[in-house]
Design a protein around this ligand. Sequence first.
Ligand code: GLC
Ligand code: MG
Length: 249
Amino acid sequence: MAQFLLVTDLDNTLVGDDAALHELNQQLTQHRQAHETRLVYSTGRSRQSYEQLQRQKALLEPDALVTAVGTEVYFPGQETPDPHWSAQLQTHWDRAFVQSIAQQFPELIPQPESEQRPFKVSFFLAAEMAPQVLPALAATLQAQQLPVKLVYSGGKDLDVLPQAGDKGQAMQFVRQTLGIAATQTLACGDSGNDIALFSAGEERGLIVGNAQPELRQWHTTNPSDRHHLAQAHYAAGILEGLYHFQFLS
Ligand code: GLC
Ligand code: MG
């Protein structure tokens, strides 16, 4: 067995089945001790909201934490986001302008202030409205020459992000910083904001069995041997993926 890097989403991927989480944590702890395997969390939550989850669930300490849908990276001991990553997101980003455009769309309900971050503007958008509103918003932003990314997850959350920032690009930044090959990396997720993890590059991908329709649909239209749709749910799905790609045996 060799060192690998596990990059995992939290809500409804790593977290969702406490017994399975416990089992996965045990395997990972052994592997980290024996092979210097690395663990990275990549969540849509803010760091504040991550810390709430940390108080509720038995989470291992990660080797890096990616929050706010890939727009903030924290290495151990860092209290503020990694400045090298933040610097890459500045280009073409105009947060106030994104907000002013979004105000033209009454269907977009701003999320709580704690989830509004320097490089992430987030809304609730009802699933029935999304097919009309998303293309119209994209067209309006494009007409203003504002290159941003629209990420829709779980049939309810819309994140507007800088073009240079998403979970996939943040994963590659962290992976390169940790010095681990893409082929020794497994990324895991369950919803729309995880699609970037699977489309970033040569990393292996695991979609948990309880994944949201938008991610299943993406998987169906983008078939690849690099991706595995698990039978098992939550952390048990992650374990299934680690065996499938022979990171564990
Ligand atoms: C988390 C965040 C929220 C975001 C969602 C989807 O729930 O708190 O702001 O919209 O993930 O990325
Ligand atoms: Mg999730």
